[in-house]
Design a binder for this molecule. Structure first.
Ligand code: FAD
Length: 592
């Protein structure tokens, strides 16, 4: 049956604030907006997923704050670890805010009902995580607050319930396709244009303030811990509108993905005492990181695994190593890591109490994204020019608190701290912004694109092009990179973009058309990949997650700067740079 397709006249909705994304960042912002704008205010959260399916709900190991509940700790130690973890590409003023605000934010979350694990004295319990140390690197410190290995699930449920209580309006299963920019490319944002997935009808949500909290884009890679839905929609939409994207080459590969599947086995397994072994049964991390060993930062551990494999010391000479958690015992595995234990049993048919677990690095987290100031206000040129009415927070944004490599548990902290700050800033700014206006040009363009897609019966299926993109990005823009590989990858991505201009839909209906969603999301993935590979090719140094085999050293003289990628009017990706904010910690060699 041929569907009706998008309605010629979109449905129009007026709100005081619109939040796109119902993960931790979006929900905390919505709560703050409701608090500050008052109970009568109209705050809408738009989400392409049912809110509690957001990827925040998949977060496992913890959220950090220097509470010092189980051993001495200070936010300044956390601040240093974050800057060092990010290989000095972190903006230190932003990281200071995050680490300082961590404790009050966790306490606020606790008061909202978050069910943290407890110490025998009833305090929030804390566990170890990679790169978190006492006194600038002396030894690992217990800084991650957690709810078993379902920390993100507990956060998401807590925030969602509070949003329901405060009568936040939810538009579930609406996919945002564009921004409303009534004054053209350099102007303000006053809403979004969204597709209702149940009907394929278009809706325009108008508001003086709009937050993107749309999460990451790990699906540009073949092996990834990310959910299928993490296709970088918000990041790509900003890019298409000519706005800058920051540090897109900085993508984290988590050391312990399940071999071949990519599903994540939380770093908490090493935090609780697990370790990696190679094909010769050696605890090889002792050689690469004598102090922190298996709890070195993720980029260091992922590279070490690849080096073992390259030296023929993978398991049976193959392309994986083992995670050993057998000694943790049934109590720790069943009580503190129940989901991980269940995953290993279900997906591998192995019992972590008795068996070694095969792992390989998996694409995990986007350090880069939409550049913002410390109050989530989007910087259109990446440097100073604010886009009135437009905000971004969470994994889609780049403040930048993670620099070239994020520490485990710092993302959940980032989404909470900067989600909240976004809500506050939006509530404060809203009254001073002009009344929202429609963007008829964008409405017509989006309606045209959808109509074309819905009737398209030529070309390849979107999934075919997507699979090729993912394989290419994982192979040539992965843990290790070289100039020639990146150049080849960039031209491959350009070719895939051409092929994606005409993709065939098998389903031409208008109800929950997943073929249509695949085609739309393929476009977003290609934009993110192009920005990432272009930025990676230009950065001729190795820093954090960006490891160039042809430029193995960090180059502070030329590269202590953030990459800014923008799509020019001609369609080319232009790169410019801005300095890193250094307030306290001068760059030093990074040893763990
Ligand atoms: C398996 C896994 C485990 C992790 N464990 C940890 C951990 O223990 N500690 C830690 O600190 N970090 C962890 N992380 C990272 C962390 O969970 C994420 O970075 C963080 O949750 C991102 O939150 P967010 O609010 O930015 O976005 P998400 O939670 O990803 O939510 C994105 C939202 O945007 C919506 N959306 C996207 N595009 C559109 C669109 N076009 N229109 C409408 N809505 C849209 C989605 O529906 C969704 O609601 C983990 C990540 C993974 C994948």
């Amino acid at each position: 049956m041929v569907g009706r397709g998008p309605a010629a006249v979109p449905h129009i909705h007026q709100h005081d604030a619109v939040v796109v994304g119902a993960g931790g960042a979006g929900l905390y912002a919505a709560l703050e907006l409701k608090k500050d704008l008052g109970a009568e205010s109209r705050v809408a959260v738009i989400s392409k997923l049912y809110p509690t399916r957001s990827h925040t709900g998949a977060a496992q190991g913890g959220v950090c704050a220097a509470l010092g509940n189980t051993e001495e700790d200070h936010w300044q130690w956390h601040w240093f670890d974050t800057v060092k973890g990010g290989d000095y590409l972190v903006d230190q003023d932003a990281a200071e805010i995050m680490c300082r605000d961590a404790a009050p934010t966790i306490i606020d979350l606790e008061h909202l009902g978050m069910p943290f694990n407890r110490t025998p004295e009833g305090l929030i319990d804390q566990r170890r995580f990679g790169g978190h140390t006492r006194n600038q690197g002396e030894a690992p410190v217990r800084r991650a607050c957690y709810a078993a290995d379902r920390t993100g699930h507990a956060i998401l449920q807590t925030l969602y319930q509070q949003c329901i209580r405060r009568e936040v309006t939810f538009a579930d299963e609406f996919q945002v396709l564009d921004l409303v920019m009534p004054d053209g490319a350099d102007g303000r944002v006053s809403g979004v244009i969204a597709l209702e997935l149940a009907t394929s009808e278009l809706h325009v949500f108008l508001a003086p303030v709009v937050l993107f909290a749309t999460g990451g884009f790990g699906k540009i890679f073949q092996v990834t811990s990310n959910a299928h839905t993490l296709t970088g929609d918000g990041v790509a939409i900003a890019f298409r509108r000519g706005l800058a994207l920051e540090d897109m080459e900085m993508f984290q590969f988590h050391p312990t993905g399940m071999y071949k599947l990519g599903f994540l086995l939380s770093e908490a397994m090493r935090g609780e005492g697990g370790f990696l072994v190679n094909g010769q049964g050696e605890r090889f991390m002792e050689r690469y990181a004598p102090t922190m060993k298996d709890l070195a930062s993720r980029d260091v551990v992922s590279r070490s695994i690849y080096q073992e494999i390259a030296a023929g010391r993978g398991i049976g000479g193959g392309d994986f190593v083992h995670l050993d958690v057998r000694h943790l015992g049934a109590d720790v595995l069943e009580r503190k890591l129940p989901d991980m234990t269940g995953f290993i049993r279900t997906y591998f048919g192995l019992d972590p109490l008795h068996d070694l677990v095969p792992i390989q690095p998996t694409a995990h987290y986007a350090m880069g994204g939409i550049p913002t100031d410390v109050d989530a206000r989007v910087l259109g040129d990446g440097i100073a020019r604010r886009v009135p009415g437009f905000y971004a927070a969470g994994e889609c944004a780049c403040v930048s608190v993670h620099g070239a490599n994020r520490l485990g548990t710092n993302s959940l902290l980032d989404i909470l701290v900067f989600g909240r700050r976004a809500g506050k800033a939006m509530a404060g700014d809203a009254a001073d912004l002009p009344a929202p206006a429609r963007d008829l040009e964008a409405e017509a363009r989006i309606a045209g694109t959808l109509a074309d897609l819905l009737t398209s019966d030529r070309g390849e299926r979107a999934a075919v092009v997507r699979d090729e993109l993912q394989v290419e990005m994982f192979r040539r823009c992965g843990v290790y990179r070289t100039g020639p590989d990146l150049a080849a990858c960039r031209s491959e991505v350009a070719g895939l973009r051409e092929r994606a201009r005409t993709v065939r839909l098998d389903d031409h209906g208008s109800r929950y058309n997943t073929d249509l969603a695949d085609a739309i999301e393929l476009g977003f993935l290609l934009d993110c990949a192009e920005a990432a590979v272009t930025s990676a090719e230009a950065r001729t140094e190795s820093r954090g997650a960006h490891a160039r085999q042809d430029f193995p050293d960090r180059d502070d003289v030329n590269w202590m700067r953030h990459s800014l990628a923008r799509r020019s009017a001609s369609g080319k990706v232009d790169l410019t740079y801005k300095p890193v904010v250094v307030t306290e910690f001068q760059p030093k060699p990074r040893v763990y």
